[in-house]
Design a protein around this ligand. Structure first.
Ligand code: DGL
Length: 262
């Protein structure tokens, strides 16, 4: 492993590319490998044991490709399995968690919404973070049932998505929240739809930029920042159809998208 070794990423599918983009915009010289485990999406309805098994499979593959750090741009995988991964592998892991803390600190109405998967909302790590940071605010937690499946199907901007979202966000509409936390990496891809549906006072926040800053910080600490002068190259793999992964990352230079069984 060296400074020019790639950063590894895995998510249950294409959603984690929303976070991966934040990382590569900040760390322009880093090479990356992204695994979209779309064949096993959604993770959010699986047991902790199943999620951990999938995380181990993805981690082993990234390690076999020589990754120097593994980022998990998946709230469900992080909140259920990052402790297990950190205790079984030496490579540094960067996780993602819903941005509850900044939302709770900034809220004026004292009410914040959290939209996430069932797997995240029921995890011990999420509940611990929630207890620590929301003593002074009310939280309205909603499971985004069906959203991941539509993003995976390339339907983020569809009427079908809008129709799915209307009843999901109703509790946010009537509760007077002023911050909505997107607790799933697939959801930044529906931010526009949500902004359109929610009152303008509701600010929507996600954790992508925080993951990028944390990745920079850890690479600096470990003296693992890539010092090559060329821009980073990016290899993205899906174990299902590559069409949506290709579409969602089409604006990124130096990237290659391919199918891989894993
Ligand atoms: N994108 C993932 C997350 O951040 C997982 C969604 C899923 O597979 O259920 O939670």
């Amino acid at each position: 492993m060296s400074k020019s070794s790639p950063l590894g990423f895995f998510d249950s599918g294409v959603g984690g590319t929303s976070v991966w983009k934040e990382v590569i915009h900040l760390l322009t010289r880093e090479n990356t490998i992204y695994l979209a485990d779309s064949k096993h999406a959604p993770y959010g309805r699986k047991s902790q044991e199943e999620i951990t098994q999938l995380c181990v499979k993805n981690t082993e593959l990234l390690l076999s490709k020589g990754c120097k750090l593994i980022a998990i741009p998946c709230n469900t995988a992080t909140t259920n399995s990052i402790d297990y991964l950190r205790s079984h592998y030496d490579v540094p892991f960067i996780g993602i968690e819903p941005a509850i803390k900044p939302a709770a600190l900034k809220s004026n109405t004292g009410k914040i919404g959290i939209l996430a998967t069932q797997g995240t909302l029921s995890s011990k790590l999420f509940n611990k973070t929630q207890r620590e940071h929301t003593q002074d605010v009310n939280t309205i937690e909603i499971v985004g049932t069906g959203i991941v499946e539509l993003v995976e199907a390339g339907k983020k901007d569809s009427d079908e998505m809008r129709e799915l979202l209307v009843p999901i966000i109703e509790p946010f509409m009537i509760s007077g929240i002023d911050y909505l936390v997107l607790g799933c990496s697939h959801y930044p891809y529906i931010k526009k739809q949500l902004e359109h549906l929610l009152p303008s006072r509701v600010k929507i926040i996600d954790s992508g930029a925080a993951v990028a800053r944390q990745t920079l910080h850890v690479l600096e600490e470990l003296d693992l920042l890539n010092d090559q002068s060329l821009p980073g190259r990016h290899q993205l793999y899906s174990n299902a159809s590559i069409t949506v992964l290709d579409q969602l990352t089409s604006e990124i230079a130096n990237r290659n998208v391919a199918h891989l069984e894993f």
